[in-house]
Design a protein around this ligand. Structure first.
Ligand code: APR
Length: 245
């Protein structure tokens, strides 16, 4: 990829680097994205399954859907893209992973400094008091209640709900102060997360987009690669490693 030669000589081991990811980074692990033709939302109505109203209307349907997704995720493995981020994080001392994904694959790949903007499907919380229930092995297919009487649900951000405030603030702070951002496998449509690449670019960062399809951010990217994350990210790593090690 000749185009990265100009990029790599701007950076050094102390450059501040962000890896911003969406569902596409987990596609090669066999986990469906949301808006691709075969994505989650093509089969289900998101408002039924990923909203307060949907949960309160039919909690067991929603809990079963999440339990099925958790089971598929537990059978999946992090892919070359997730593993490549761990390599990058050894090269760049100051780096952050900001993910919209709830699958926990970044953590399983050994990535560090992970900000989960939309929560984590392996965690549960009380729908009323917010108490966390860290018991990932619970199938949680039927409704359980917290001691406060609230319903226990997956600790993920549903449509219409606000993102975890401190995590969001940390993500924007990182995006506004980074030197390099990789935006990987996101359709860049769901705000406020989708604002992050624009934020980084507006503050002078060099932004590399990796996505087989164009997105609303593609025109602004310094480099926009039409490729799979599992193939493009390791190639970028080799380029940067050759320049910076
Ligand atoms: N490598 C890189 N990108 C890929 C790959 C791949 N192998 N396969 C698909 N993609 C791209 C698609 O082209 C698409 O642009 O991944 C993107 C997935 O987009 P979405 O399905 O919209 O997922 P995402 O951008 O993460 O959605 C954001 O929306 O529904 C909510 O909470 C949900 O976190 C999610 C948010």
């Amino acid at each position: 990829m000749a185009e990265t030669i100009t990029a790599t000589d701007r950076f050094h081991r102390d450059s501040r680097v962000i890896f911003f990811s969406g569902a596409g980074i987990s596609a090669e692990s066999g986990i469906s994205t949301f808006r691709d033709p075969e994505g989650h939302w093509s089969k289900y109505d998101p408002m039924k399954l990923a909203s307060q109203a949907g949960f309160l209307e039919d909690p067991d349907l929603v809990l079963n859907w999440y339990a099925d997704r958790r089971r598929a995720i537990n059978q999946a493995q992090p892919n070359a893209a997730h593993r490549s981020i761990s390599d990058f994080q050894k090269l760049f001392r100051d780096s952050v992973v900001i993910t919209q994904n709830v699958d926990g694959l970044h953590e399983r790949a050994g990535n560090r400094n992970i900000l989960e903007l939309h929560g984590n499907i392996h965690r549960h919380k009380c729908n009323s008091c917010g108490k966390n229930f860290e018991s990932p092995d619970i199938e949680m297919r039927t409704l359980n209640h917290c001691e406060c009487g609230g319903k226990i649900r997956p600790d993920v951000v549903w449509f219409g709900e606000s993102l975890p405030l401190q995590t969001l603030q940390n993500a924007f702070e990182a995006a506004q102060n980074c030197d390099l951002m990789f935006t990987i496998g996101t359709s860049t449509q769901i705000y406020p997360a989708a604002q992050l690449p624009f934020e980084a670019k507006s503050r002078g960062a060099f932004v590399i987009e990796i996505n087989p399809e164009p997105t609303p951010f593609s025109a602004q990217a310094d480099i926009s690669v039409r490729d799979d994350a599992g193939s493009a990210l390791p190639k970028f790593y080799e380029e940067f490693y050759a320049q910076i090690k």
